[in-house]
Write a new protein. Sequence first.
Length: 132
Amino acid sequence: MQSLFPQLSEREVNQLNMLALAHVGDAVYELLVRSMLCREKNAAVVKLHRLTVEKVRAEAQAEAVKKILPLLSEDELAVYKRGRNTKVNSAPHHAEIAQYHAATGLEALFGWLYLQGRTERVEALFNAIMEE
């Protein structure tokens, strides 16, 4: 049986569309936020959902990027920039376009790392983002 968790080569992942990487990275990032909140908060689902939305919306992700930019390797920074500079068809009404682009870059980076099976790096970057 094939593993449910991907382990693509860097070459294979680099051939994927940036928005496809962001699609995966969005899910990875949100799952990490939801898991963290469930560990830290004993709250009603409605409250957990509200807290999750606060942390995964474009504005919050744009701020998160600022925390990890100095930590990124050359390759990671290149992926972030490619994701950030990708043409998107729409943006949420509540976010500035620059915030949305930064969030897309973050999501692309998380998708790029995750699809290569580099979960330790995903975890390290996520922990850096969540530090107070």
